[in-house]
Design a protein around this ligand. Sequence first.
Ligand SMILES: *[C@@H]1O[C@H](CO)[C@@H](O)[C@H](O)[C@H]1NC(C)=O
Ligand SMILES: *[C@@H]1O[C@H](CO)[C@@H](O)[C@H](O)[C@H]1NC(C)=O
Ligand SMILES: *[C@@H]1O[C@H](CO)[C@@H](O)[C@H](O)[C@H]1NC(C)=O
Ligand SMILES: *[C@@H]1O[C@H](CO)[C@@H](O)[C@H](O)[C@H]1NC(C)=O
Ligand SMILES: *[C@@H]1O[C@H](CO)[C@@H](O)[C@H](O)[C@H]1NC(C)=O
Length: 252
Amino acid sequence: MMAAVSGSGCVTVILLSCVLGSQALDLLRITGAPGSREPPSTPTVQCWCANYPNETFCAWSEPSVPPSTHYVATYRERHRENSTEHCLLIPPHSPSSPQISASFSTSEQIWLCHLPNLKLFTDYIINITAVHSGSSSYMTSFMLEDIVKPDPPVDVRVSPQNGNILVQWSPPLTWKNLDIFPLQYYIVYQWENKGTPKSVSLGPSENTSVELKGLCPGRTYLFQVCAQDLLGLGECSDWSSPVNITMSKTKP
Ligand SMILES: *[C@@H]1O[C@H](CO)[C@@H](O)[C@H](O)[C@H]1NC(C)=O
Ligand SMILES: *[C@@H]1O[C@H](CO)[C@@H](O)[C@H](O)[C@H]1NC(C)=O
Ligand SMILES: *[C@@H]1O[C@H](CO)[C@@H](O)[C@H](O)[C@H]1NC(C)=O
Ligand SMILES: *[C@@H]1O[C@H](CO)[C@@H](O)[C@H](O)[C@H]1NC(C)=O
Ligand SMILES: *[C@@H]1O[C@H](CO)[C@@H](O)[C@H](O)[C@H]1NC(C)=O
């Protein structure tokens, strides 16, 4: 749903969108500079937690117009109006940047803010204000449990084993509380059959390896793995980079 209201010397756009799956409600409010008729560009704020329940980050890409002079980023519990705190801003290309979701393109200038220790099962509202000739506030709300998204599994290895294929991987190093919050994994493997792409998905499994039988001699298979919290909180990580293996033509 989108509504645009033009007042005297000020443009207000209110955008309400429901994110399917996580049920999160995004509320975006933009106020144009006095006298300007064009609303500034409208980046969206994406929040995720790659190390439940610590280390939540929100990210947005720097709008090209109008150039912002600085940002003010605050967050609070939805039901405690006086709980507002500043989150720690991390500028684009900073060495302390965490791994950023694949949904941002590499050409974008990504700003981040770090929300250290959020409470469990609590609604939060985050307010990112870009200050330029006027100011634009981008608001989003979430509950930590809905935005859990680990980083992809690492060190994915594929090797032949007794005529079968053994796929192994390690949990993402950034998921620090593995003992308390174990992960589960999904595996996808892809190949081409006479030019037609085929794929098989497996999981969820808590195992960090899987043995596959009955793969075709001479064919090349691509393997990827994603990691999700074992209780199914949030979503699966981005897929790991593909690792491939070509089956030997002769049976061992
Ligand atoms: C992680 O979060 C928990 C609960 O919010 C907190 O008690 C703990 O100190 C945090 N750990 C780190 C390393 O920040
Ligand atoms: C915030 O408000 C609550 C009640 O609404 C009160 O109990 C609490 O002390 C206040 N906290 C601060 C930091 O003002
Ligand atoms: C968002 O933050 C800006 C800058 O701190 C503030 O002026 C504005 O009132 C805030 N908006 C809401 C809805 O709290
Ligand atoms: C995990 O997978 C390996 C290889 O397929 C298998 O040997 C092992 O028994 C499995 N472990 C569990 C706990 O399922
Ligand atoms: C398989 O992996 C090799 C080395 O990583 C790469 O050069 C090749 O293009 C890959 N093949 C396919 C079909 O993706």
